[in-house]
Design a protein around this ligand. Structure first.
Ligand code: GLU
Length: 430
């Protein structure tokens, strides 16, 4: 297998509940819309994406053959500002998934009060089995096709599963060449030397840690007296694990594509990261813990569960067996809509994805602000401001949860939909 330098990995495909990701998003949206008594006109505007682009990308592979890839960009909403959201390179990418992820970006930016709409892009491909050159050509072709969709004041991509700073650098370069000028603010999550922000790489994982601490505080628990299991050891999961460990949380379980790893006394996360980075980005063979299955990790006897891999891993099939009292969603959509009620009945507090993983887009916003100012912030400023934004978002959602007597997830949708619909009223339609 040809390897490249891209960081992400993929968990084995989970057994899906019957809803597709977009329907799963809509079922939560519907509950919140009803509680808010959202007017039908606004409901109709928010329920369908404003723009959906599908492109076909013929790429010459290294062996001379040609492969045609399908790429997507969905802009769910630009009501709050230019649309924002990552680009995913993964074999599971399809239009329904991209639509759901785009809508989640709208709600995510609104929950933490960032002046962006929501979008998402993706290409159905397996970057791990492609050479660096093949991934570069694919990225450049995708950018050429999307040149009229993207723009620093229009639609701003960022990394997601299967993409990272290198892909963002190619995108920026191709876009800039086509426009005849360097346009740094068209993409975030860039390499530092190209105008990336300090703290962007670890931003999502740091936000997960901040959200976990905020929730523990409400539960009257100290980080030093709780244990945690983290599913996924890519950018989000490994940073969340490291930062939670630094706060004194005992991280007893981690996992990646090679399976789960358990140590009741706590795993040395720095050792696990060092192991992964020197072993083909995999934990396979890591001896600081005993091997468990992915399902055992999700139902492990810990206080906090952090699903940080992909959609639909907590489902009706395993929700009843979860022992954690707090779930902090590092991934987008890790809990199926049908599992929500089981989890609520069990009294588990869930910090939902659109709040818990908003640290990434928050620091993306800071990157875009710095690019437009032509100025660079130090790491301390980035981290302090992002922590403040996430904590304000958390408090707002928590108060809304108490006011409406709903889960934190529905409360987060209520906060988001309220903000977007109020703005829509001012902006108006045709
Ligand atoms: N892909 C990340 C997310 O799902 C980051 C998006 C961004 O920074 O624009 O939140």
């Amino acid at each position: 297998m040809k390897m490249n330098t891209l960081g992400s990995y993929k968990e084995p495909a989970p057994i899906k509940d019957k809803l597709n990701p977009f329907d799963s998003m809509m079922s939560r949206f519907n509950i919140a819309a009803e509680l808010l008594e959202l007017e039908p006109d606004v409901y109709n505007v928010l329920k369908s994406p404003t723009k959906q682009v599908t492109v076909s990308l013929p790429i010459t592979m290294d062996d001379g053959s040609m492969q045609v890839f399908e790429g997507y960009r969905v802009v769910h909403s630009d009501i709050l500002g230019p649309s924002k959201g990552g680009i995913r390179f993964d074999m599971g990418v399809n239009i329904d998934e991209v639509k759901a992820l785009a809508a989640w970006m709208t709600w995510k930016c609104a929950v933490v009060d960032i002046p962006y709409g929501g979008a998402k892009g993706g290409i159905k491909c397996d970057p791990r089995s492609m050479s660096r050159g093949e991934v570069e050509r694919l990225t450049r072709a995708y950018t050429q096709h999307m040149v009229d969709v993207f723009g620093p004041e229009k639609d701003i991509p960022a990394p997601d599963m299967g993409t990272g700073p290198e892909v963002m650098a190619w995108l920026l370069d191709e876009y800039s060449k086509m426009k005849g000028k360097t346009s740094s603010a068209v993409v975030t999550g860039k390499p530092l030397v190209m105008g990336g922000s300090l703290g962007r790489t670890e931003a999502t994982g740091r936000g997960v840690m901040v959200s976990a601490l905020n929730a523990l505080n409400k539960m009257g628990l100290k980080p030093t007296e709780v244990s945690c299991a983290i599913q996924g050891f890519g950018n989000v999961g490994s940073w969340a694990a490291k930062l939670l460990m630094e706060q004194g949380v005992k991280v007893c379980a981690i996992s990646d594509i090679s399976g789960g790893y358990w140590n009741k006394d706590g795993i040395d996360i720095d050792a696990a990261i060092a192991y992964r980075d020197t072993h083909n980005r995999s934990l396979e063979g890591f001896d600081g813990a005993e091997k468990i299955t992915n399902d055992e990790l999700l139902t492990a006897d810990v206080d906090i569960l952090v699903p940080a891999a992909m959609e639909d891993v907590i489902t009706v099939k395993n929700a009843a067996q979860i022992k954690a009292k707090l779930i902090v969603e590092g991934a987008n959509g890790p809990t199926s809509a049908e599992a929500d009620s089981i989890i609520k009945e069990k009294g588990i507090l869930v910090v939902p994805d659109i709040l818990a993983n908003a640290g990434g887009v928050t620091v993306s916003y800071f990157e875009w602000v710095q690019n437009r100012l032509g100025y660079k912030w130090d790491l301390d400023r980035v981290n302090r401001r992002s922590e403040r934004i996430l904590t304000e978002g958390f408090d707002h959602v928590y108060k809304t949860m108490e006011k409406y007597n709903v889960s934190m997830r529905i409360a987060a949708y209520i906060v988001a939909i309220e903000k977007v619909s109020q703005t829509f009223h001012y902006r108006g339609g045709f």
